[in-house]
Structures are given as C-alpha cells and as structure tokens.
Ligand binder design. Structure first.
Ligand SMILES: Nc1ncnc2c1ncn2[C@@H]1O[C@H](COP(=O)(O)OP(=O)(O)O)[C@@H](O)[C@H]1O
Ligand SMILES: [Mg+2]
Length: 259
C-alpha cells in the first residue's frame, strides 16, 4: 500500500455495530469513521450506549453484528491484548486494577506491552510521568494520590502502552475548572505533538465543543447525528431527540433532560 493510501485511511472505522444485553439494544447499527490524528467527541444521555460502544471497540464485549477496522485492519475478533499491541487503548481504572503498585510501577506494567526490558519500561514510564507533571508522585501508591492525580496516573498508564488511538470515557468527570483546563492542554499536546487520535466521551460540553473535529451523538444505542461541533449543536435531530422539546443547558454546560 502506498504511503498516501495509508495516510488517507481512517484510524478507526466502525460498520453496523450492534450489541444487545438480553432484549435491550445497547448499540444498534452504529457506523462512523475517525480520521487519523483527529479528535472525536461522543455524546448522548446516560444509557445512550457510549460506554458499551467503547467496550466493544476495546474487545471487552463481542459485537452481535458489524465490524471494527483499526488502521485498515479488521480487529472485530481480535483479543484485547492484540488490540492494545495494535495501538488501541483506553484510560485504565488503576484504582481498581493496580492497588498494590505505585504510580511508576503501574505505568511500567503497561509499558511491557511495548518492551520486555525493565530499564526501557522504566524510562517510558518516567518520561510520561514527567510530561504529565507526576514525576514527584512516581513512588506513591494510588491511594495516596488526590482524585486529579489519580486521573493523570490512569492517563499515564494508558499512554505507556504507546497508543495511536486513545478512548477516554468521562475523564473530566468531577474535575474543577482549573483541572479541566489542564487536561485540555494535556490532551491537545498528546494529539498535536504526539499525533495520538482521540475519542472522548464527555458530559462537559465546552470540552467537547472546543476540542472535537467531529461530534457523534448517540441516543438509545443509535447514532442520531455526526458532524462538526457547530453542525451538531444546531441540528434539529439533536435538539429534539437528545435534548427534548424544552431542553436546557445548565450552569456547568451539561445537557439536562427536562423534568
Ligand atoms: N454489562 C451489561 N449488562 C446488561 N446491560 C448493560 C450492560 N452494560 C450496559 N448495559 C445497558 O446498556 C445501556 C447502555 O449503557 P452504557 O453503554 O453504559 O451507556 P452510557 O455509557 O451512554 O451511559 C444501558 O441501558 C445499560 O443499562
Ligand atoms: Mg458510560
């Protein structure tokens, strides 16, 4: 394949993805594509199917229908480990997974996805911790960190796998305005400087609207709109189906259903 073809190929292509739990269609006929080096926002009310879609892309769930192409390769049947080696990662919940380890060790475990050498895993981990402003906390356990440091430690662990596509599920939840702006800077750097393609699930609207090249809107498991932030924020389908007839946006710029 020529370099030009590889460049124009989407980083991620999801075609007709469906996932049901019992009788409930958590995702139905979901199709979209994500350009290499772009930032996509995925929004929709609670229960719309955002996390299910992420988990299916990551290989936690098997889809009932459809296929997933990562960088031109069909990964629909691939294991989670193989997806990770192919450059697909999400923020790890290290608060649950690596409670006995310190921040550096957690990142090193993730770095072993790229190297079998301890010294190299350590230098990958340390470079990322420095970049995220966590170097001074490298020897601390997760339980000794504050909530924001824990989020950055989760991000550091994900980055240590050297992802080319990173999925972030509500990373900004519970952050102060100052922390949100620090995270926006960090993610902008990862995207612009390191070329990491990002898909962000987020309720804080100004984050999605300011960062995203495209916004995908899910409602009851189906995509109801895909477009630029401007297109989505003025889409009649989004205003009607997602926000309801008498929608409002609260003081935190979060969509609220009426009532
Ligand atoms: N493991 C599961 N088993 C059964 N139902 C699930 C499971 N995961 C999600 N669901 C259901 O699928 C729907 C979509 O959930 P989810 O993907 O978590 O939505 P969102 O992340 O947009 O809030 C919800 O109705 C939820 O209850
Ligand atoms: Mg969710």
């Amino acid at each position: 394949m020529s370099i030009n073809m590889a460049k124009s190929q989407p980083m991620l292509e999801v075609v007709g993805l469906g996932k049901t739990f019992g009788g409930l269609a958590a995702n139905a006929d979901v199709s979209f594509s994500v350009a290499r080096g772009s930032i996509s926002g995925l929004i929709g009310p609670n229960g719309a199917g955002k996390s299910t879609l992420f988990k299916t892309i990551l290989g936690v769930h098997r889809p009932d229908t459809g296929r997933i192409m990562l960088d031109g390769q069909d990964i629909t049947q691939a294991s989670q480990q193989s997806r990770c080696r192919s450059g697909l990662c999400c923020t790890f919940q290290i608060s649950e997974s690596f409670t006995e380890m310190d921040v550096r060790e957690s990142a090193m475990v993730a770095a072993y996805c790229r190297t079998s050498r301890r010294s190299e895993a350590r230098s990958i981990a340390d470079a990322i911790l420095t970049d995220l402003g966590l170097a001074a906390r490298a020897g601390r356990r997760n339980s000794e960190l504050n909530a924001f440091e824990r989020k950055k430690a989760e991000l550091a662990t994900a980055l240590a796998t050297r992802p080319k596509l990173l999925l972030l599920d509500e990373l900004f939840a519970g952050c102060s305005l100052g922390e949100i702006s620090e995270l926006i800077d960090i993610l902008g750097r990862l995207n612009q400087r390191d070329g990491i393609t990002l898909i962000i699930v987020e309720h804080v609207l100004h984050v999605i609207m300011s960062m995203s090249d495209q916004v995908i809107v899910l409602e009851s498991g189906r995509i109801i709109e895909t477009g630029t932030p401007e297109q989505v924020s003025t889409s009649p389908a989004v205003l009607k189906a997602y926000l309801g007839e008498d929608y409002n946006v609260d003081e935190h710029q979060q969509f609220r259903r009426p009532g």
